[in-house]
Design a protein around this ligand. Structure first.
Ligand code: HXC
Length: 258
């Protein structure tokens, strides 16, 4: 499908979505959000795609929600359109793993979007922030919750109440990103991680992702019980037999997602 504000491509088992509004630092306009939801839905259905990479440009992953579109909106319009809720819902419950390839500005709704991905590869130039306070609002796409869980109360308070940005190395130290690499290789590195994940059993990957995400929703006891049920369930998969037999036969497994 042809899109205006994103680019979509497929290489082997990896689907890549590139945010593409260079004139606006990849601000999340309504059009971009609608197109992103549509591309996510297509890759979800595509059995050949096992892992996604979502990226922006070297200058900006995304500078957040489109302020020019939001400026004229009333509280009632925000509520009635459910501003971006379908995106958070789609990406927050996405069954396939998503690797974020982040460079430049990762701000506001852009950071909130990235924080709902699964593995984050950042360029050394990436800058992370929740600057909503500077325009008289606050994060509204999960930022107060996900950032706090990622970096703890005091850093989250500092970032959200002052709007100040942090750099990639600090983000890594705080546990906000998975790895930091030179700016020339962040996309390539993200694709490498995605290919690594795609070589595993898609059934095991899907269930492991689900179990990790439950850590944010359940207490420890409930989460451990949930994990154990999924672990046992994987013993019904062909991939479990393939993985364990391949180990014993000293060969590489060929997982089928069955
Ligand atoms: C609309 C944006 C934009 C945004 C940048 N632009 N960010 N347009 N919405 N979020 C546009 C600028 O208006 C400008 O357009 C062009 O992109 C280049 O930006 P500049 O500001 O000229 O670039 P620079 O000086 O390098 O500064 C980059 C920047 C700054 C630091 C990223 O643009 C900035 O602070 N942007 C806003 C960041 C922000 O507040 N994000 C939070 C949004 S609220 P023109 O036409 O002038 O060339 C949010 C809430 C989410 O995300 C809630 C969940 C839904």
């Amino acid at each position: 499908m042809d899109y205006e504000t994103i680019q979509v491509s497929k290489e082997g088992m990896i689907g890549t979505i590139t945010l593409n509004r260079p004139q606006a630092m990849n601000a999340l306009s309504n059009k971009l959000v609608t197109e992103l939801i549509s591309a996510l839905a297509d890759f979800e259905k595509d059995e050949g795609v096992r892992c996604l990479v979502i990226t922006g440009s070297e200058k900006a992953f995304s500078a957040g929600a489109d302020i020019k579109e939001m400026a004229g909106m009333t509280a009632v319009q925000m509520t009635m359109t459910g501003h971006f809720f379908p995106l958070w819902d789609k990406v927050g419950r996405y069954p396939k793993p998503i690797v974020g390839a982040l460079s430049g500005f990762v701000l506001g709704g852009g950071l909130e979007l990235a924080m709902s991905f699964d593995v984050l590869v950042a360029s050394e130039t990436a800058q992370f922030g929740q600057p909503e306070i500077d325009i008289g609002v606050m994060p509204g796409g999960g930022g107060t919750q996900r950032l706090t869980r990622a970096v703890g109360k005091y850093k989250a308070m500092e970032m959200i109440l002052t709007g100040e940005r942090i750099g990639a190395e600090e983000a890594k130290t705080l546990g906000l990103v998975s790895r930091v690499v030179p700016k020339e290789s962040y996309l390539e590195e993200a694709k490498k991680v995605a290919n690594e994940i795609a070589s595993k059993s898609p059934v095991a990957v899907r269930h492991a992702k689900m179990a990790i995400n439950k850590a944010f929703e359940m207490g420890l006891g409930g989460g451990i019980d949930f994990e154990r049920e999924l672990f046992y369930l994987l013993f019904a998969s062909e991939d479990k037999n393939e993985g364990m037999n391949a180990f014993m036969e000293k060969r590489k497994p060929a997982f089928k997602g069955k």
